[in-house]
Design a protein around this ligand. Structure first.
Ligand SMILES: NC(=O)C1=CN([C@@H]2O[C@H](COP(=O)(O)OP(=O)(O)OC[C@H]3O[C@@H](n4cnc5c(N)ncnc54)[C@H](OP(=O)(O)O)[C@@H]3O)[C@@H](O)[C@H]2O)C=CC1
Ligand SMILES: O=C1O[C@H](COP(=O)(O)O)[C@@H](O)[C@H](O)[C@H]1O
Length: 509
C-alpha cells in the first residue's frame, strides 16, 4: 500500500488508527507493507513515531505491548516526494520493488490518495507514466473526497484517472458508507418482514435526515470556503443516506446489483431548476452564538474566512423521489456546523391512524417513528403509542430501543473501507454514475445561490439552523424531530425528557 498524504491530518486522525484496528483484528495479510509518503523530509523513525502518536491519540484500540507495536510498525516505511514531480516516482518505484521482494508479495498494489483533490488527477497519471501501475498482481486506487467541484471538474478528473485505472479498480471514498449503521439500513429494511410492506408512500408520511455537528469550520476554511455545506455534506453523505433508505431491494447481495438500485434513486430524485431552489432549499451561515455556555465566533470571524463570505454552513432541503414507491413523500434533509449536538439520524415518520380513538392528554396522538441513529449513539428506536400505566385511555409514546455500540466498540468507518478496498469489494464506495448524478442534482442549486446571494439566511451558533428551515416543513404541517435530545424539547406536545446516556436511548415523559 502506498499512502500519499501520510503526514496529513486524515492519515493521522483516521487512516493509521484504522490500519492498526485491522491489524489487531488480524484482517491484514501477514506480509502487508505500507509506504507512507509526503513532501516533508523525515526519517523512518520520525515517521514511525508519528504513526504511534496518531494511534495513541486518535485510535479506538490501544497498543498492548511493545512487542506488538514493533511487529506492527515493522511493516511501515516512509519516502519523501513531491507528487507533482514525475522523476520522483522512480525512487518510489524502486522502494515498492524492494518492499515487494522483502515481503514476497504477489505484487498487489493499493494506492491511497489522502492528498489535496487538485492532485488526484496528476498523481493517477504519474502512477501510470512511472510504471507503478505495471504489476503482475492487482492494482487499486483509493481516492478521497471531494471528487470534483462540480460536474465538469468531476468528469475531467474521472477521465484522467480512468486512463490509469479501470472503474472496478477505483474506490471513491464516502466514509458515511463505511459507518456501521449506514450499512445496517439495508439489513433493517430487507431482513425484517415488519418494515418492508410499510416502506412506501401508502404508510410513510415523511423522512427526515439530520447530520448536525457542533464543530465550526476549524482549520479547514481554505477548503470549506470553496465547498460549503452543499458540496461538503449534501453532494455525498446526505445523498448516500437517501439512496440507502429509498432504494429498491437488490435482486442479489452483489456489489453491482446494490449499486444499480442505489443509482436508480438518484435518477428519480427530483432536480430543481434555479428558480425552484428558494422554494425547496434553505441555506444558512452561523453567526456568533453560544455552545454549552461558551461564546463562539461567527463563521465570518473564523481564521481564513472572508469577512463578507457567502459560504453556507447549513443546508436544509425538501426533496422528492419521483417513483411509484416514494411519490408525494417529502424527504427532508438538514446538515450544519455549530448546531447544538453532534448527531446523525434518520427518522421515518409513519402516517397517522385513519381514525383517531386514542389520544394523549393534549388530545393528539403522536405518529409512529422509526429512528435510525447513525452516530454517535448507533442504534435504532421504534416509537409507538401505548397506554399510560394506571390510566384508562391516556396514551403515551414509548420507545423500543436497540443500541448497536453499547458494551462493544464497533469498527470505525475507515477500518471497514480499508478492509473492503484490500478485498476488492467496492459495494460501499461510490460508482462514477452516482457521483455524476449527484453533481447534476447539486450544480443548479449552487448556481442559483451564486446568482442570488440574498438567499443566504443566518443562524446563531448553537441553534438548529435558520428559522427558514422550520418553515420549509411547516408548509406541509411537518416539524423537525430533534430526537436525541439532551434538552427539553417536545414531540407533539409531549415533552422529551432527556437522552439516557447510560442506556443510550431517548426517553419520553
Ligand atoms: N482531514 C479530514 O478530516 C478529511 C480529509 N478528507 C480528504 O483527504 C485529503 C487529505 O486531507 P488532509 O489530510 O486533511 O490534508 P492535509 O493538508 O492535512 O495533508 C495533505 C497531505 O498531502 C501531502 N502533500 C501535499 N502536497 C503534496 C505534494 N505536492 N507532494 C506530496 N505530498 C503532498 C502533505 O504532505 P506534507 O505535509 O508533508 O507536505 C500531507 O501529507 C483531501 O482530499 C481531503 O479532502 C476527506 C474527509 C475528511
Ligand atoms: O466529510 C465530512 O464529514 C465530516 C462529518 O463526518 P462525521 O463522520 O463526523 O459525521 C464533516 O465534519 C466534514 O466537514 C466533511 O468534510
Amino acid at each position: 500500500m502506498v499512502l500519499f498524504g501520510a503526514t496529513g491530518d486524515l492519515a493521522k486522525r483516521k487512516l493509521f488508527p484504522a490500519l492498526f484496528g485491522l491489524y489487531k483484528a488480524k484482517k491484514l495479510h501477514a506480509d502487508f507493507r505500507v509506504i507512507g509518503s509526503g513532501r516533508s523530509v523525515m526519517s523512518d523513525s520520525d515517521f514511525t513515531a508519528m504513526v504511534r502518536h496518531s494511534i495513541e491519540t486518535f485510535g479506538r484500540i490501544s497498543i498492548d505491548t511493545e512487542e506488538e507495536w514493533t511487529q506492527f510498525i515493522s511493516h511501515f516505511s516512509y519516502i519523501s516526494l513531491d507528487v507533482m514531480n514525475l522523476q520522483a516516482y522512480n525512487a518510489l518505484l524502486a522502494l515498492v520493488h524492494t518492499k515487494e521482494k522483502e515481503a514476497g508479495t504477489a505484487g498487489n498494489r493499493l494506492f491511497y490518495l489522502a492528498i489535496a483533490p487538485n492532485l488526484f488527477g496528476p498523481v493517477a497519471s504519474y502512477l501510470k507514466q512511472s510504471g507503478l501501475t505495471d504489476t503482475n498482481g492487482w492494482k487499486r486506487l483509493v481516492i478521497e473526497k471531494p471528487f470534483g467541484h462540480d460536474l465538469a471538474s468531476a468528469e475531467e478528473l474521472n477521465q484522467q484517472i480512468q486512463q490509469a485505472f479501470d472503474e472496478e479498480e477505483i474506490f471513491r471514498i464516502d466514509h458515511y458508507l463505511g459507518k456501521e449503521m449506514v450499512q445496517n439500513i439495508e439489513v433493517i429494511r430487507f431482513a425484517n418482514s415488519l418494515f418492508e410492506p410499510l416502506w412506501n408512500n401508502t404508510h410513510i408520511s415523511n423522512i427526515q435526515i439530520t447530520a448536525s455537528e457542533t464543530v465550526g469550520v476549524e482549520e479547514r476554511a481554505v477548503y470549506y470556503e470553496n465547498a460549503g455545506a452543499l458540496r461538503d455534506m449534501v453532494q455525498n453523505h446526505m445523498l448516500q443516506m437517501i439512496m440507502m433508505v429509498c432504494m429498491e431491494p437488490p435482486s442479489r447481495l452483489k456489489t453491482e446489483a446494490i449499486r444499480d438500485e442505489k443509482v436508480k434513486v438518484l435518477r428519480s430524485l427530483r432536480r430543481y431548476s434555479e428558480d425552484e431552489v428558494p422554494k425547496y432549499i434553505v441555506r444558512g451561515q452561523y453567526r456568533e452564538g453560544s455552545m454549552q455556555n461558551h461564546k463562539v465566533a461567527g463563521y465570518r470571524e473564523e481564521p481564513n474566512v472572508k469577512p463578507d463570505s457567502l459560504t453556507e454552513t447549513f443546508v436544509a432541503a425538501k426533496l422528492f423521489i419521483d417513483n411509484f414507491r416514494w411519490a408525494g413523500v417529502p424527504i427532508y434533509i438538514r446538515t450544519g456546523k455549530r448546531m447544538p449536538r453532534k448527531s446523525t439520524e434518520i427518522v421515518i415518520q409513519f402516517k397517522e391512524m385513519p381514525q383517531g380513538i386514542f389520544f394523549n392528554k393534549n388530545g393528539v396522538l403522536g405518529p409512529n417513528l422509526l429512528i435510525i441513529r447513525i452516530n454517535p449513539m448507533e442504534g435504532m428506536d421504534l416509537v409507538l403509542n401505548a397506554k399510560k400505566p394506571g390510566t384508562d385511555d391516556d396514551v403515551v409514546p414509548i420507545s423500543m430501543s436497540f443500541c448497536n455500540n453499547c458494551g462493544q466498540e464497533t469498527p470505525e468507518a475507515y477500518e471497514r473501507l480499508f478492509y473492503d478496498a484490500i478485498q476488492g469489494d467496492s459495494t460501499f464506495f461510490t460508482r462514477w454514475d452516482e457521483v455524476s448524478l449527484a453533481w447534476k442534482f447539486v450544480d443548479p442549486i449552487r448556481r442559483a445561490w451564486d446568482n442570488h446571494p440574498e438567499t443566504l439566511c443566518y443562524y446563531e451558533a448553537g441553534s438548529f439552523g435558520p428559522v427558514e428551515s422550520e418553515k420549509l416543513l411547516q408548509q406541509e404541517q411537518h416539524n423537525w424531530w430533534n430526537v436525541s435530545t439532551s434538552s427539553q424539547e417536545k414531540i407533539h406536545g409531549v415533552e422529551l425528557k432527556h437522552v439516557d446516556l447510560q442506556h443510550r436511548r431517548p426517553m419520553y415523559v
